[in-house]
Design a binder for this molecule. Sequence first.
Ligand SMILES: [Zn+2]
Length: 460
Amino acid sequence: MTTTTPAGEQHETDAQHPAVTALRAAVQAATVSHRDLDRVDTEAFDRLHAVLAEHFPLLHEHLELVRVPRQALLFRWRGRTDADPVVLMAHLDVVPVEPADTWTHPAFDAVVADAPEGLAVWGRGTLDDKGCVVAICAAVERLLASGATPERDVWLSFGCDEEVSGTSAEAAVAHLRDAGVTPWFVLDEGGAVASGAFPGVRRAVGVVGVTEKGTSLFELRATGRGGHSSTPARNGPTVRVARAVTRVDAAPMATRLPAPTVALLHRMAPLTPLPLRLALGAVGGRLTPALTRALQAAGPEAAAMTRTTLATTMLSGSPAANVIASTATATVNARILVGDTVASVAEHLRRVVGAGVEVAVVEAGEPSPVSPYEDDPAFALLERTITAVFPDAVPAPYVMMAATDSRFFTAICERVYRFAPFPMSKAQRESIHSYDERITVDGFLAGVDWYAALLTGLPA
Ligand SMILES: [Zn+2]
């Protein structure tokens, strides 16, 4: 922003920026993904591809495009040297809009209007994840227009089914593996330039995910005779599953501090008020009871940092009002913190639910390996770029709570980082997968600058 123009006028011109126009067009293509492929509006994805081709002609002219099934895109930008390439990831699909949610502006209209954070583009996907898709493309387009060539190959991998845990990212990984590509680092969505994220810290934190929790599903199942509801036996399947659910709720897994969380707390320490500063600075690999209480009290976001969480989601029992269930089940959705495993969680569940209820693994997802962040040249490049574009933000590693497509890339790359270079308030972070999702115009354009600076800063 310049000081010679009144802020209002500057906003006007920012809102007319070609990258903002491209973002709005991208949001207007309602690329909702579904597990049931028959329900996917493939034309919406075609429209999004067309939007990208129209707004980023140089990118489409100079980069090689590999079409990955079904509607994912994988681009290769040849660099000056054959040093290990970099992969920038984002996804083209979005989650549906719940009919009951009332949006301030319609979810797929991409209206530009004021938000508490400033002038913003409103709509589904602005933050998750079309902001990244379009900012990456805009940065590449800008560099191509200036005649730049990156020092090493840059791949752009845009999946089409991230929100339904689909296979397009795996297909991209398979293509790269077949091509003999071992990336120097991979960067996907995940972290942000987050304000209000850490109790007592006024500055924004540029959190870069260095590992993510694993998502696993377990089924608790009890079986019995069933029969007519007029002659119930005690302790039937439904009762046993109900008891198991309350036992799981009452027996959370042990709290722990993985190394990246310790590093995050150490970086936050100098920014916090004195008593907390001393407590955080002194954190070793263990959680003190006082710190555990502080993190638990800071809300579910901070509490989830300290342990594997177990949430009971689906329940099923009798199919009819006058029938006793012969089988009752409950689904436990576990988000596994690095240090725990699918096997250790299954063991915990078996011990807690006791006899009479079986525990089965329905879907197994281990936590991702921890990518390097101390004295690492790639992580240091991310940190430098964050500090250069967002001087007020403090970069820090962290453990991501949600799953991203980047977990598949851990198979071919030891450095997988998760960071979206956009300032996000707490309300904005809460709008993801919810309603009133929005990105500020200024923040989005800073994100374009960030990707351009990252690509320019790649060493040979
Ligand atoms: Zn996403």
